[in-house]
Design a protein around this ligand. Structure first.
Ligand SMILES: [Zn+2]
Ligand SMILES: [Zn+2]
Length: 268
């Protein structure tokens, strides 16, 4: 992709680093590529402890070690939590969430066995109801865990969370085009916001959402419902929801001193 091509999004809110060993880039590489692509914000959302090759929980306790901005790009300290059962339990304890500014919650086969459409849908619904930290319902369009998209869209609207159109999942065939279209149509019907994320496991694709963009154009999904086309709007939401001061300006206030758990301080 040419660097001058306009990105659909200003904030890529689902990105992995090599803290998850099936991902291949460092935080610095993600930040550099984000800047090169023209992103203003990215969320570092490595896999939580339910995944076999996830980092130790200290990875999440110590996220405040990463500057809030790297070379002008705001880095949200996040997680991709695993939904562990149909009751909606996730693999992040209260103490693991202290530094978290952005939480994606997803179903992955090592953590939950796909069931009926009703089971799979309830897993997301219960997770959102039980865990107010959740911001995004991650890749619920996967072919291995079908859900009721109407209920997901209603959930997003009611609980002010975002359904994700996941570029990697679509592009690598883990999500079907039909499911993505069904999700988009349901969100359009209920006027629920979505986020379009790369779920990059390699820095070179951060911010680049060609497959998703094509689909959005194809079905005429309203751009105003794509929440992360506006970085400032994302930062305002994060500031309010997670009680931290963030702006897109260069004078971002870093709350490193106030949001660390005692465990993190003691390890310094
Ligand atoms: Zn992954
Ligand atoms: Zn995932």
């Amino acid at each position: 992709m040419n660097n001058s091509d306009k990105l659909l999004i200003e904030a890529d809110l689902h990105c992995h680093s090599l803290a998850s060993s099936h991902a291949y880039s460092t935080v610095m590489e993600n930040a550099a590529e984000a800047k090169k692509a023209g992103l203003k914000v990215f969320a570092l959302t490595d896999h939580a402890m339910g995944m076999p090759d996830s980092p130790h929980k200290w990875h999440f306790h110590n996220l405040a070690a990463i500057p809030q901005q790297i070379d002008g790009v705001t880095v949200l300290r996040g997680v991709e939590a695993d939904i562990m059962n149909y009751y909606g339990d996730i693999d992040m304890e209260k103490e693991d969430l202290k530094c978290i500014q952005w939480a994606v919650a997803s179903c992955h086969s090592p953590c939950i066995t796909p069931g009926s459409i009703d089971d799979n849908t309830k897993a997301y619904i219960n997770a959102v109801k039980k865990n107010p930290v959740i911001d995004v319902i991650g890749h619920c369009t996967t072919v291995t865990g079908e859900v009721d998209f109407e209920r997901i869209a209603k959930l997003c609207k009611e609980y002010n969370v975002f359904a994700e159109l996941n570029e990697s999942s679509l592009c690598f065939g883990r999500s079907s085009k039909e499911n993505c279209i069904a999700l988009l149509n349901a969100c359009k019907k209920y006027e629920a916001y979505i986020v379009v994320n790369t779920d990059c496991h390699y820095a070179g694709i951060i911010g680049r959402t060609e497959h998703s963009s094509r689909l959005i154009d194809e079905i005429g999904f309203p751009k105003k419902l794509i929440f992360n086309t506006d970085a400032e709007r994302v930062l305002e939401y994060v500031s309010k929801k997670h009680g931290i001061k963030l702006t897109g300006k260069n004078d971002v206030k870093d709350d490193d001193k106030t949001d660390q758990s005692p465990a993190v301080k003691n390890r310094r």
